[in-house]
Ligand binder design. Structure first.
Ligand SMILES: NC(=O)c1ccc[n+]([C@@H]2O[C@H](COP(=O)([O-])OP(=O)(O)OC[C@H]3O[C@@H](n4cnc5c(N)ncnc54)[C@H](O)[C@@H]3O)[C@@H](O)[C@H]2O)c1
Length: 329
């Protein structure tokens, strides 16, 4: 066997993505050693992914740190994943890489099977083979599917998913359970609720709406704006995630949300106020795969992770808009 180069605190998958990148930035800022991977797929603007990678490089240069490495790697390729684990040792794997997007999954189901399910099993197999015993997985509120008993708590039965995206994430949760049971790998499975904030995804509502309102084009409000979401600010997600890395429970599923349920219409009003401009709204019916409402019960996160979401939507939306204006105008 080859000598391992070094033991990294954390492997972050999907580090050119929205949440993985913000997590990587904060861990690097805190002085942790992180190895980042991403396949830089073209689901959305590649330039944004490159800029996210760039800001990690700049931070590590500023800190004169050798605690950082970024490799382009595709989790669908088992050989590449095994080579990575052959060369490097990891204390914890933080798995955020995925094909995200509920609506896109209706049109392109196979890519969710390949990137999410195959990608995850390759990573789990590598953990088994190379004796990595600690794993944090990013799941989603959409695994709650058609459940209506709000707020959702983690004991709710997960058997009514309505998109290939949520079914693929649910399958990954089950695979984590299996690898916990068979091989004693420790897992924290975090179910995120609609995450937003600076460096956010161009396919998500806040980015699309900000762009459209600033350019004077119309925005589409599904379920005629009556949809409700638990919008969670990125920094709150990152602090909950870091606490899940530090608190090595053997197997826990934990919601990370704001704990508040807000109408899409209200979210848009907050944005309009910040931009000082009204949106031209096109009211549309529900879309296939979407659920009408999500709302997290966050009492378990509070208890196990000392999780305390801090950022209200006024502040969060305002921070996003400031970032957008700085980078896109
Ligand atoms: N953003 C949200 O509101 C939200 C909500 C619930 C759950 N999640 C979950 O959080 C995680 C991060 O989401 P995000 O919003 O940052 O999405 P994102 O699309 O911005 O990031 C995912 C990253 O994974 C990379 N990737 C995809 N397939 C890969 C593969 N086969 N190999 C290597 N890299 C690959 C992509 O290039 C991308 O950069 C995902 O697992 C997602 O399912 C996100």
């Amino acid at each position: 066997m080859k000598m391992k180069q070094k033991k990294w605190d954390v492997l972050i998958t999907g580090a050119a993505g929205f949440i993985g990148n913000n997590l990587a930035y904060e861990l690097l800022r805190q002085g942790k050693s992180i190895l980042c991977i991403d396949n830089f797929n073209e689901y959305y603007d590649l330039n944004l992914k490159r800029l996210r990678k760039e800001r990690l490089i700049l931070l590590s240069q500023k800190n004169k740190s050798s605690n950082f490495y970024f490799e382009k790697l595709d989790l669908r390729n088992k050989q590449e994943v095994f080579s990575l684990f052959e060369e490097h040792e990891f204390e914890t794997v933080c798995h955020l890489a995925a094909q995200a997007g509920v609506r896109y999954s209706i049109e392109y189901p196979q890519t969710y099977i390949d990137n999410n399910i195959t990608g995850t099993i390759n990573l789990l197999e590598a953990c088994k083979e190379y004796n990595v015993k600690d794993f944090v997985f990013s799941s989603t509120s959409s695994v709650y599917g058609l459940n209506t008993n709000m707020p959702f708590d983690e004991k709710t039965a997960i058997n009514s998913t309505i998109s290939t995206y949520s079914s693929s994430k649910m399958a990954c949760e089950l695979l984590c359970h299996t690898y916990n049971n068979l091989y004693g790998i420790k897992f924290r499975i975090l179910r995120f609720f609609t995450v937003y904030g600076p460096w956010g995804r161009p396919d998500m509502a806040l980015f699309l709406f900000t762009k459209a309102i600033m350019e004077g084009s119309s925005i589409s409000l599904f379920n005629r704006g009556q949809m409700k979401r638990d919008f969670t600010y990125i920094d709150d997600i990152v602090s909950g995630f870091i606490s899940a890395i530090e608190n090595k429970y053997p197997f826990e599923i934990i919601n990370l949300g704001s704990g508040k349920c807000i109408k899409l219409e209200t979210y848009v009003n907050t944005l309009e106020k910040k931009l000082g401009k009204s949106a031209e709204k096109i009211m549309l019916p529900m879309q296939p795969g979407d659920v009408e409402e999500t709302w997290a019960d966050i009492s378990k996160a509070k208890k196990l992770l000392n999780y305390k979401p801090q950022v209200e939507i006024n502040e969060g939306v305002s921070n996003f808009v400031d970032w957008y204006i700085e980078n896109y105008t």
